[in-house]
Design a protein around this ligand. Structure first.
Ligand code: FE2
Length: 424
């Protein structure tokens, strides 16, 4: 064997598990594997998980915070106009450099698969070219999936649909959209129809920014579910954000949830961004704005948490830590039961892996040997501590290591200084 990880706890609760790796794949998962290996890692009872997966990100905008200025109102709409100011100034080299820097952060955090939207409302398609280059460069470490995203509106921006088709022809993976940003509700619905039909023709997945507002009558998710069902796209469509569902009438939602489920449409909430961008027009009480995560899960819908933004025109925080994302999601959705906390962990691991259609993901015989050893004993503890990634393993190779979080106390009146593992 190339590598054996000893004494792991798995997210499903199994303990004392050894994981053997050969040729970049998992060769055995069982208690006390009695084979020798070129390298052994003692997990010491800590949690070993498949890597974190971010189902929703904007890698073309990341790490551009403050360029050309900071978002003063903190709103989504000012962020979009700020991005439009920045777009003509972008260079491919700067885009690639920022994205590569973010990918380094991601690897260190055990984030080894990312679905990123890439703006196609720039006739030069500079960002598309840059992120296709980045996808190729980071392929040994990160599965990067690109979504052709018409940021300024498919119908509202004159050449957006042509640009989106060009981007797909260049190798972009997924069809994006932004129906709530079109000029009217009708044009929003029309954009959903056009994009779903195009995706069905091309055999592609769909992931739309959908109803990212506080308007209870923003119901493009209904149209998205309708076309996903009509075109047989079940299991291939995701609605990102869906924040208007937070404000919708409960009776309407009771009809909507089964429609989403029936259409096999997944939901992607972005807790850090939803809690900061939504409710900006409210005084008090102020809405949280995140979509109805526990209700969607209870209805049988796959729900992932995405990071969405890190240091960009919309958000000046973040560092590529999906445990921080899960932590915020857990709080905003009040998912505090043991079962719900576990669901929040799945929302940044297994569920987005399913939404992205990742192959070979998981800890089972034959899966890719992509693993993270966390400084935590359980998924809930990993979220509570935003636990250090002791080892990040890609195809059987250790690609990042971080020390466990330790502190040394020197308190007057206490007999001796103590070293201890923070929070454990
Ligand atoms: Fe987004």
């Amino acid at each position: 064997m190339d590598l054996v990880i000893r004494n792991a706890t798995l997210a499903d609760g199994r303990t004392g598990i050894d994981i053997a790796i050969e040729g970049g794949r998992i060769a055995a998962v069982e208690a006390r594997i009695g084979v020798a290996a070129a390298r052994e890692i003692d997990a010491g009872g800590d949690l070993v998980t498949p890597p974190f997966v971010d189902a929703h990100f904007h890698m073309d905008a990341t790490l551009s915070y403050g360029l050309p200025r900071v978002n003063a109102s903190g709103t989504l709409l000012e962020g979009i106009s700020l991005w439009s100011e920045l777009k003509p100034e972008l260079t491919q080299q700067a885009l690639v450099e920022r994205a590569m820097q973010y990918c380094d952060w991601a690897v260190a955090r055990g984030l080894l698969a990312i679905r990123t939207h890439v703006d196609v409302c720039d006739d030069r398609l500079l960002a598309v070219e840059a992120l296709l280059d980045v996808r190729r460069r980071v392929a040994p470490w990160i599965d990067l999936q690109l979504v052709a995203f018409p940021q300024d509106g498919l119908l509202r921006s004159p050449r957006a649909f042509d640009n989106l088709k060009r981007a797909i022809a260049m190798g972009v993976d997924v069809v994006g959209g932004i129906p709530h940003f079109e000029r009217t509700m009708d044009e929003g619905a029309e954009s959903v129809r056009l994009l779903c039909e195009f995706a069905a023709e091309q055999g592609l997945r769909v992931d739309m920014h959908c109803d990212e507002n506080d308007d209870p009558l923003s119901r493009h998710i209904e149209t998205l579910a309708y076309h996903a069902h009509r075109l047989g796209l079940q299991g291939r469509v995701a609605g990102s954000h869906l924040t208007s569902m937070h404000s919708m009438d409960n009776y309407y939602v009771s009809k909507l949830l089964p429609l989403i489920r029936e259409a096999g449409v997944a939901a992607i909430a972005n807790p850090l961004i939803n809690i900061t961008l939504q409710g900006r027009h409210d005084s008090y009480p102020k809405r949280r704005g995140m979509t109805r995560v526990p209700e969607l899960i209870a209805a049988g819908v796959d729900v992932a948490f995405g990071h969405d933004c890190v240091m960009d025109p919309w958000y000046g925080m973040g560092s590529g830590d999906m445990l921080e994302v899960a932590h915020m999601g857990l709080h905003v959705a009040q998912m505090t039961s043991q079962r719900d906390m576990h669901q929040c962990f799945l929302a940044v691991t297994e569920t987005p892996a399913k939404i992205l259609g990742l192959e070979g993901y998981g800890i089972a015989l034959g899966c890719n040997a992509d693993l993270v050893v966390l400084d935590a004993g359980s998924p809930a503890e990993a979220i509570r501590l935003r636990a250090a990634r002791r080892y990040v393993i890609r195809r059987g190779e250790v690609v990042a290591e971080s020390p466990p979080a330790h502190a040394r106390l020197a308190l007057a009146g206490r007999p001796s200084a103590v070293n201890f593992r923070l929070g454990r």
